[in-house]
Design a binder for this molecule. Structure first.
Ligand code: WTA
Length: 713
C-alpha cells in the first residue's frame, strides 16, 4: 500500500482564492503509510473489519447501542436518538444511569483491589499514591456525603479549580454520584477566569486545593480562590462555601488565610463522614454531567454542557476501540484533567472500562527530560497519550532520553494540534521504539470524544493526517456555499459532521441561541426540520481530505489561537489588554513556534498623550495574567504608532500577523494608512532580530493561515 502513496504529491492548485473563501489551495506532500505492527493487531479490541459495517451509515443511529452497552443502565432507553427538538439532540432517551456507579461501583465485584488511579506526585522522592477501586469507592462516597451535607442536589452546579491530584477525580465522581454538575476550571487559569466561570454557571460552591507542585515549586493555589470569589461577586454570584483540599492533609501549604465561615478544609469535613455510603442517584441519560468552558469568537467563554448517558457511552466506546484499552492495561494520558482530554481520557473513559489510569502532578520535563520515561518504566505503562507540544518539547530537551529506559508502549495517542511529520517520526521511532501504533485524534471540547481518527488495528498510520472519520461519524468538507468538496481534490474547506453522535455537547450553558448560531446556523438547510440530515455540525476547523479518505486538519477558521494545544480566544486576550487605561486598540495574532505550535503576539496602540513604555507593556501582561492566566501571556507585546486599518476602521490582522512571522504582508492597497506598515515592520522585525528571533520558514499551510488571519470575520 505504501508504494501507492509514498512521495506522491497532490498539488493541483485550486484556481483560488479570495481570502474570505474557505476554499483554499492546499499543496502538500502525502506522507507514506506506516502499517500497525502485527503484534498490536493480534490483541486489538477492533481487529475485525466487520466493525466498520456495523457502524456504516445505514445502521445509524442504532450502531451506537454497541457503545451504550458498555455501561450499566438502571433503566434501558426507549429511543436511541430523539431528534424532536433540533439541534438539541437527545441520545438514549428514556434511559437512566449513574456515571459514578459506572466508573467505580460496578468494578468492585471483580476488581476490588486493582489500581484504579496511580498518582505520581511531581517531587520524585514522594511516593506514588495507588488508589484501588475499593479505595476510590470509599473516597468518592465519603466526599459525596460531605457535599450532601452541604445541601448540594442533583442539577446544581459546583465549580472545581483543582490541580492534577487524585482528589480531583474523587471530587468529579462524587458530584456525578449525586447528579451534581461539575465545572472544573484548569488550575493554571487565574482566579479571575475561574470567577467568571463560577458566575456563568451559577455555582455557590467552589472546590479547590491549598497548593500543588509545578516545576519544583509548591504553589499557593488558595490565593486564586479568594480572587475567584471576588470576581464572581462582581458578576452578581455569591459563593457560600470554599472547600479546600490539602495537598498534605492536616498541614496547610498556602500562605493565604482561610476566610472564617466561608472556607473549610475538606479533610476536617471528611472526619465526620468516615465510612459513609451514598446511594448513586439514577439520572436520566440526557441529564448534564459537567460543563467545560472553552474560548470562542467573543470575549465570553462558552460553557459546553455534556450529557450523562451519551457522553459516557461515547468516551467508553472510543477509549475501548481507539485507545485500545483493555482492563489489564496501564494507561497514562499526560494531559491535564482541567481540559476536555483529561475528562474524557483520564477519568471517565478509562474508569468506565475499569482499567488503571495514571495521573501525574507536574511538568513533563521536571526535574529532567527523562521523567516521563522513568514513570513509564517504573509503572509498566503500556498506553501513552499526549500532545504534539509535549512531544516537541521532550524531543528538543532530551532527544536521546527514551532509549535509556526500559518501557514498552503498544499504543500512543496524539491530540490537540496538527503534528508535523518529523515530530511524528520521532514519536514513533524514539518514544514508541517502533513498536507502538500512533493514533492521531482530532476532536474538540464540544465533541466530547474523538471524531476524526482511524481504528489503530485496521487503518495504517499516515503522519500529519488524523485519519478517516471515527466509527459512526460521517465527516464532510464543505465550501462556503455548503457544497461538498470532493476528496482528493486538494482543496480545503470547513470540516463538518453530517450527523449527531452521542458525545456531542448538548448546548452552551445558558446560551442556547449561541449554541445554534455558532455550530449549526452556517449550514442548516431548514430551521424547522427535525431530520438530522439538515443540521450539519460546523466544527470551526479548516481541513482537506485526500483520496484515501484521510483528513488533514489545517486549524481554526475563527478567532481562536491554538497555543500548545490550548484554545485561546483572541477577543478574550484583546479585551483584557483594553482594560489597561492607556490602551486604545489591541490586536492579538498567532506566531508559528517550534515547540508550542503557535504563540500569541499582541499589538497595542495607545490613547493620545501616552508614550510607549516598558511600564505599559507590563500592565498589559499583568492584565492578561490576571484575567486569563499565565498560559495566555503573549510572547511579545508591540506598542505601535498606529494599527493598519481598512477605510472602514477594521484592524487588518493579517498584515500584522505577517510582520510578526516575517512573511510577505500581501496586498495593502485597501488600507487607509498603508504607510504605517513599513514603520511597524522596521520596529517589530528589528526588535525580534535583536532578541535572536530569526525568520523561520513556514510550511504552505502555516503561511496560508498567517496571510489570511482574521479575514473570516
Ligand atoms: C485542534 C482538544 C489537528 C483543532 C481535544 C480543534 C487538532 C481544537 C487535533 C480543539 C488534531 C484538536 N489535529 N488539530 N489531532 N485535535 N485539534 O477544544 O483546531 O481544546 O478545533 O479540544 O484543537 O481544541 P480543544
Amino acid at each position: 500500500m505504501s508504494e501507492d502513496v509514498q512521495g506522491q504529491a497532490t498539488d493541483e492548485a485550486s484556481e483560488s482564492s479570495g481570502s474570505s473563501e474557505a476554499t483554499i489551495a492546499v499543496h502538500w506532500r502525502e506522507e507514506g503509510y506506516i502499517p500497525p505492527p502485527p503484534k498490536f493487531i493480534g490483541q486489538a479490541n477492533a481487529s475485525d473489519p466487520a466493525i466498520l459495517d456495523r457502524f456504516a451509515e445505514e445502521n445509524f443511529p442504532e450502531c451506537f447501542r454497541e457503545y451504550a452497552d458498555l455501561l450499566h443502565w438502571d433503566e434501558y432507553w426507549h429511543t436511541t436518538l430523539d431528534t424532536s427538538d433540533p439541534p438539541f439532540w437527545k441520545w438514549f432517551a428514556g434511559g437512566k444511569l449513574n456515571a459514578s456507579y459506572n466508573c467505580v461501583d460496578r468494578h468492585l465485584a471483580g476488581d476490588r483491589n486493582k489500581a484504579a488511579l496511580i498518582w505520581v506526585p511531581e517531587p520524585e522522592d514522594e511516593a506514588d499514591a495507588v488508589i484501588t477501586y475499593q479505595e476510590l469507592y470509599r473516597r468518592v462516597n465519603e466526599f459525596a456525603a460531605v457535599l450532601q451535607d452541604l445541601g448540594v442536589q442533583a442539577g446544581d452546579r459546583v465549580t472545581l479549580h483543582m490541580p492534577m491530584v487524585p482528589e480531583l477525580p474523587v471530587t468529579m465522581l462524587a458530584c456525578a454520584r449525586l447528579g451534581v454538575v461539575h465545572s472544573q476550571v484548569f488550575a493554571g487559569f487565574s482566579g479571575g477566569a475561574c470567577g467568571g466561570r463560577i458566575a456563568d454557571s451559577g455555582s455557590k460552591i467552589l472546590i479547590t486545593m491549598d497548593g500543588y507542585y509545578r516545576s519544583g515549586d509548591l504553589l499557593d493555589h488558595k490565593v486564586k480562590a479568594d480572587e475567584a470569589v471576588e470576581a464572581a461577586r462582581k458578576e452578581g454570584q455569591e459563593v457560600d462555601k470554599v472547600l479546600v483540599w490539602r495537598r498534605f492533609p492536616g498541614q496547610y501549604s498556602a500562605k493565604t488565610p482561610m476566610v472564617e465561615g466561608r472556607d473549610v478544609f475538606v479533610d476536617d469535613l471528611l472526619a465526620d463522614h468516615r465510612g459513609a455510603v451514598v446511594e448513586p442517584v439514577s439520572m436520566p441519560a440526557e441529564a448534564p454531567l459537567f460543563l467545560m468552558y472553552t474560548s470562542g469568537t467573543t470575549g465570553r467563554p462558552k460553557g459546553c454542557q455534556h450529557s450523562t448517558g451519551g457522553y459516557l457511552s461515547y468516551v467508553a466506546g472510543t477509549s475501548k476501540f481507539y485507545q485500545d484499552i483493555h482492563p489489564d492495561d496501564t494507561y497514562w494520558c499526560m494531559a491535564d484533567i482541567g481540559w476536555i482530554t483529561g475528562h474524557s481520557y483520564i477519568v471517565y473513559g478509562p474508569l468506565a472500562l475499569g482499567t488503571t489510569t495514571v495521573l501525574y502532578e507536574g511538568t513533563p520535563n521536571y526535574p529532567d527530560a527523562g521523567r516521563p520515561w522513568r514513570v513509564a518504566e517504573r509503572l509498566g505503562v503500556n498506553i501513552f497519550h499526549t500532545s504534539p507540544t509535549a512531544i516537541r518539547m521532550l524531543r528538543k530537551v532530551g532527544p536521546d532520553e527514551p532509549a535509556k529506559y526500559d518501557y514498552h508502549f503498544k499504543a500512543m495517542t496524539t491530540v490537540g494540534e496538527p503534528i508535523e511529520p518529523e515530530v511524528y517520526r520521532w514519536y514513533f521511532s524514539t518514544v514508541g521504539k517502533g513498536e507502538a501504533i500512533i493514533t492521531d485524534t482530532w476532536w474538540q471540547t464540544e465533541t466530547g470524544g474523538f471524531i476524526g481518527t482511524g481504528l489503530p488495528g485496521l487503518f495504517p498510520m499516515k503522519p500529519g493526517s488524523c485519519g478517516p472519520a471515527a466509527l459512526g461519524i460521517y465527516l464532510d468538507i464543505l465550501d462556503e456555499n455548503g457544497d461538498s468538496i470532493p476528496k482528493g481534490s486538494g482543496k480545503a474547506g470547513n470540516i463538518v459532521s453530517r450527523a449527531p453522535w452521542p458525545g456531542v455537547f448538548q448546548t452552551i450553558w445558558g446560551q442556547p441561541e449561541r449554541f445554534v448560531s455558532t455550530y449549526f446556523e452556517k449550514y442548516n438547510k431548514d430551521k424547522n426540520s427535525t431530520d438530522w440530515h439538515d443540521w450539519p455540525y460546523f466544527a470551526g476547523d479548516g481541513a482537506v481530505q485526500s483520496e484515501d479518505g484521510y483528513f488533514r486538519i489545517l486549524g481554526r477558521v475563527d478567532d481562536v489561537i491554538n497555543v500548545a494545544g490550548h484554545r485561546l480566544g483572541t477577543k478574550e486576550l484583546e479585551s483584557s489588554a483594553l482594560s489597561v487605561e492607556e490602551v486604545a486598540e489591541a490586536a492579538a495574532v498567532p506566531v508559528v513556534d517550534d515547540v508550542r505550535g503557535r504563540v500569541v503576539e499582541m499589538y497595542i496602540a495607545l490613547k493620545p498623550g501616552n508614550e510607549a513604555s516598558a511600564e505599559i507593556e507590563g500592565k498589559v501582561k499583568t492584565a492578561i495574567e490576571t484575567d486569563i492566566g499565565k498560559i495566555a501571556r503573549p510572547k511579545n507585546i508591540w506598542i505601535v504608532p498606529d494599527m493598519p486599518k481598512t477605510r472602514s476602521g477594521k484592524i487588518m490582522r493579517r498584515v500584522i500577523a505577517s510582520v510578526s512571522n516575517f512573511t510577505d504582508v500581501g496586498d495593502i492597497t485597501t488600507l487607509a494608512n498603508p504607510e504605517v506598515v513599513d514603520k511597524i515592520r522596521d520596529q517589530v522585525q528589528s526588535a525580534k532580530r535583536a532578541k535572536g528571533e530569526e525568520p523561520r520558514e513556514l510550511s504552505e499551510t502555516e503561511e496560508h493561515e498567517i496571510k489570511t488571519y482574521g479575514e473570516q470575520e
